[in-house]
Design a protein around this ligand. Structure first.
Ligand SMILES: Nc1ncnc2c1ncn2[C@@H]1O[C@H](COP(=O)(O)OC(=O)[C@@H](N)Cc2c[nH]c3ccccc23)[C@@H](O)[C@H]1O
Length: 369
């Protein structure tokens, strides 16, 4: 089933994002859609990324990766990156980071990302990301970065008051996107403010150096924010200290059942969808609809007569069914580390080929050449 996308920041809701013109150093890129070679058609470019935190959770999958899989079918130029440089902003042991990179790669491949249809690569293998981040950092104001909620939240967990890397993380994110002149960025809702910063930076650069970057738009899935199972007022997150809050896509059936059984709802037993007044049960309905491919109305219709305790088990079962084949595939892929490394290296070579002429032009524009 094709999912519907919502192009955000803020483009009106539409089944498919619009296709803005994309200027490149060599002129307009031709051939937008796979298999279409009509001259002078302009091309969209999809870019997104995920931090290597090991295996993704339900929020990563439903908010982003599921969209990525659909978009690689729809668009001819698609890049997905394992954001290892971003990962350093929350300190990790080198061995853990190394393993997480491979596990995240295995997971996205198992979810259906196909390196023949997109470039899947490790961010740090293309050093131009960091070089462009420096240039963009020089046209970004510190107060703008200080206002971003992720900085405020995450710096509280760092004993040193927050590192430069953590503060400038969104500038690196803007560089990730703009280095490829990307036009659309599929992300979950928590990344929208970062996308808005990338838009502002692109516009600022264009104003200073002449029209160069397309202004990238976010693409949100219908399940743009999956909430914690322990506190449905906050997003589901890998770093949540409450182990029952987050469902990982490799969790065993028993773990999934336990997490849904303990999911926080309220004292009304009926299953309804009202995110403002009933965030807990509404989160379950959203998850159920997303993993089963049904609409919210269909899910509610099927749940008539069930109380929330029973309903939690229905949702757990739907999640188990959805992720069983993916879980098996992840295990298989994890056994072949050299294959995973090769995929990331081959993807990086292709990404670099795209990035090099764009970055050369940026160097010329700012006066390095
Ligand atoms: N509870 C949730 N509900 C719905 N969606 C969610 C949930 N949790 C996470 N997501 C989405 O998963 C993707 C990867 O998350 P990360 O935290 O690794 O995502 C991050 O930390 C980014 N900064 C990585 C990044 C670096 N450079 C980029 C350039 C473009 C796009 C993304 C990036 C994201 O789309 C995120 O929105």
């Amino acid at each position: 089933m094709r999912r519907r996308f919502r192009a955000c920041t803020l483009v009106p809701s539409s089944p498919r994002p619009p296709r803005p013109a994309m200027a490149t150093p060599g002129g307009l890129i031709r051939a937008a859609r796979r298999g279409t070679l009509a001259q002078n058609m302009v091309m969209d470019r999809i870019f997104s990324g995920i931090q290597p935190t090991g295996t993704p959770h339900l929020g990563n999958y439903l908010g982003a990766i599921q969209n990525w899989v659909n978009l690689q079918e729809e668009y001819s130029s698609v890049l997905y990156s394992i954001m290892d440089m971003h990962s350093l902003t929350m300190p990790k042991e080198p061995a853990v980071l190394r393993q997480n990179i491979l596990d995240t790669t295995a997971a996205v491949l198992a979810c259906g990302i196909d390196p023949k249809k997109c470039f899947l690569f490790r961010q740090s293998l293309v050093p131009e990301h960091a070089e462009l981040a420096w240039i963009l950092g020089c046209i970004t104001n510190v107060p703008r970065l200080l206002r971003l909620p992720q900085w405020k939240m995450k710096r509280a967990s760092q004993s040193n008051g927050g590192t430069v890397g953590l503060l400038t993380y969104p500038v690196l994110q803007a560089a990730d996107i703009l280095l490829y002149k990307s036009t659309h960025v599929p992300v979950g809702e928590d990344q929208v403010l970062h996308l808005e910063l990338a838009q502002d930076i692109a516009q600022h650069f264009n104003k200073k150096y002449g029209e160069f970057f397309p202004v990238p738009k976010a693409i949100l899935s219908t399940t743009k924010k999956i909430k914690s199972l322990r506190d449905p007022t906050v997003k589901m997150s890998k770093s949540d200290p409450q182990k029952l809050a987050t469902v990982n896509i490799v969790d065993s059936p028993d773990e999934i059942v336990l997490k849904f059984r303990k999911a926080v709802t309220d004292f009304t037993s009926e299953v309804t969808y009202d995110p403002a007044s009933r965030p807990g049960v509404s989160n379950l309905v959203s998850i159920h609809a997303a993993v089963s491919g049904l609409s919210t109305e269909e899910v509610l219709h099927q749940s008539v007569g069930l109380d929330t305790a029973h309903y939690k088990m229905v949702v757990a079962e739907a999640v188990i069914q959805k992720f069983a084949p993916i879980r098996n595939e992840i295990k298989k892929l994890q056994e072949d580390k050299s294959h995973l490394i090769k995929v990331l290296e081959a993807g990086a070579e292709k990404a670099k080929e795209l990035a090099t002429p764009i970055y050369q032009e940026i160097r010329r524009l700012v006066g390095f050449q």
